[in-house]
Ligand binder design. Sequence first.
Ligand SMILES: CC(C)(COP(=O)(O)OP(=O)(O)OC[C@H]1O[C@@H](n2cnc3c(N)ncnc32)[C@H](O)[C@@H]1OP(=O)(O)O)[C@@H](O)C(=O)NCCC(=O)NCCS
Length: 146
Amino acid sequence: MITLKEVNENNFRAIVGMKLNEEQSKYVASNVYSLAQAWLYPVEAKPYAIYNDEEVIGFMMLDWDEKERECGIWRFMIGTNQQGKGYGRKALEYALNIIRASGKFDHVFLDYVPSNVVGKHLYESMGFVETGEIEEGEIVVKLDLT
Ligand SMILES: CC(C)(COP(=O)(O)OP(=O)(O)OC[C@H]1O[C@@H](n2cnc3c(N)ncnc32)[C@H](O)[C@@H]1OP(=O)(O)O)[C@@H](O)C(=O)NCCC(=O)NCCS
């Protein structure tokens, strides 16, 4: 079963050690970089390990902006050898349930590099729509929760 657990001393080594191939490395910052940002922005950043049962298979970081009632999927990756098994979709569904259940948000945002066709397909199939904005070369998409 796919679940998300906050990054902690038991799972951070697996997160830090998780690498993507050269092509996919363009799509998301390294997990070390993301964890450093989580330290810089402790109020907004919520970093999670993605588990398949007891195994750490991915990483996600939310941008928890309660003031604006907007939550961002700031970072998201599934380890290379675990991709294409439906885990990314399940992890995103799990994250959306956390966000919805909090009752603190009206929208979920994320952005992706235009060449990331897997990401585009996944997000659109889950109801995200383009806002028309481009942020630092990335396509911004939004999901309304209201
Ligand atoms: C994007 C990512 C998180 C998706 O995770 P995943 O576990 O591989 O995705 P899933 O197996 O749940 O598949 C999701 C959908 O993408 C499709 N897909 C997955 N891998 C694919 C591939 N290599 N080529 C084409 N389609 C693919 C699946 O068919 C599925 O669509 P469907 O349910 O309509 O059949 C993962 O590919 C990844 O970490 N990529 C590199 C980092 C990245 O791009 N992060 C997102 C930044 S915005």
